[in-house]
Structures are given as structure tokens and as C-alpha cells.
Design a protein around this ligand. Sequence first.
Ligand code: NAP
Length: 223
Amino acid sequence: MRVLITGANRGLGLELTRQLLARGDEVVATCRVPDGATELREVLEQSPGQGRVLPLDVRDDASVAAVAQGLASLDWLINNAGVNHRAGFDTITAATMLEAFDTNTVGALRLILALRGRLSEGGRVVNISSQLGSLARQSPGFGTLGYNASKAAMNMLTRQAAFALPKQIVLSIHPGWVQTDMGGPHAAVDVVTAARGVINVTEQAKPGDSGGFFTYIGEPHPW
Ligand SMILES: NC(=O)c1ccc[n+]([C@@H]2O[C@H](COP(=O)([O-])OP(=O)(O)OC[C@H]3O[C@@H](n4cnc5c(N)ncnc54)[C@H](OP(=O)(O)O)[C@@H]3O)[C@@H](O)[C@H]2O)c1
């Protein structure tokens, strides 16, 4: 199985890469600066011939097109790259909001548009979303307005993409509050558990789940 991951150089993306390689999958591990992705390269070197690193900035159309051009087929697309600015109503600017949307929402859209024709029948599109994008939670969300809004929009993208890709399964998954640079060291879930959960939920998803929002342990997440 061939899997493309965005933001594979650190955090959840790096651990997803590690676990998918360990399962025997082929991983197209993408990140903004491959030359600086030392840990990712070490992970790939441990599974020779199973993976490669490609440069990809999800905010850059040309970069997405270049990656798509080099790919014949794909089984899973994992839209993992994301940014989270600490900015609530008192401090947020339009530029910050736009950056959050360009990365978290439009970035995922760019990948789906570029790769949809290469996805295998029964293939998966996984949008790594967040509980902070849930309207039902009605929480102030740690002063991360752009993040919360862009993940809510990502969830709608998941819904719409599920209609547009009837031969694939499209999911939003909340990976938990995870111990990464974004989640911080006091987060509730270690990155190994979070990545394992995301892979299990993706693997076990059925066609009827397409367009759904799930937690990393496979429970439906309130919208
Ligand atoms: N950690 C949590 O508690 C938590 C909770 C819910 C959801 N999530 C979601 O899980 C995903 C992974 O987060 P994480 O915790 O692993 O965060 P992280 O450690 O901050 O990693 C973020 C990743 O996204 C990449 N990225 C950012 N902008 C990019 C762009 N324009 N193009 C390509 N890559 C870009 C980063 O690359 P650079 O190194 O180049 O910056 C990095 O690889 C995100 O979508 C996040 O929203 C995380």
C-alpha cells in the first residue's frame, strides 16, 4: 500500500511514517524542507526501498503539482500538516487567520484536488482535524481562533469530499491532545498511541463511514 503524508518531518506525521513503514507500507513522506528533516531520513533509512522524502509546502500550488506529477497511484492520502497560532479575538489579525486557513483547510483541499485521480478504489483520504474544530464543544479553544475555525472548515471539506469521491473513504480524525511541538509535553496522549489510533481508524473504516468525524479511538466525534 502506498501512503502520502504531509508534514512528515516531525510530530504526528513523523510517527505515522515510522509506523506505516514498520507495517510494510510504502510511504511518500513529504515536508517543507527535506534537507533539514534529519529524523525523517533516519526513519526511512531503517526501511530501505520503502519510502522517499519529497519537498511539499501545502500552501504552494506549484509544490503540490510537482509531487502529484511524480506519483502514479496512491492508496492513502494523510493531510497531516497543520499550524496553530496562539491568537484569540484580542490578538488575531486577518493575516494570521488566512495563514491558518491556507495551511489547515486549503492545504488539504490542494492535495485532494491534485491527487484524487490517482487514488485507488477503496482508498482513504484522512484529514487530521481537531476537537477544537468541533462546533458542538462550544469551548473558547485556548485562544486559537484561526486554528479552530480552519479545522471546522476542514470538517466540512471532509463532508463535501466524501460526496465528490464516492469510490474512496474520506475521514476527519481528531488524533487526541498529543505530545508534539503543537500539543506540548503535558498533552494527554503520547504520539505513538495517537498515530496507532489514526492508522487503526483509517484501516477499519467502512464505506458508510465516509464523510465522518472520528476520534483516534474510533468513536464518532460530535461536529
Ligand atoms: N498535537 C495535538 O495535540 C493535536 C491535536 C489535534 C489535532 N492535531 C493535528 O495533528 C496534525 C499534526 O500536528 P502535530 O501535533 O504533529 O504538530 P507539529 O509537531 O507542530 O507538526 C506540524 C507539522 O506540520 C508541518 N507544516 C506546517 N505548515 C506546513 C506547510 N505549509 N506545508 C507543509 N507542512 C507544514 C510542519 O512542518 P515544519 O517543520 O516545516 O513547520 C510539521 O511537520 C496537525 O494537523 C494538527 O492540527 C494535533
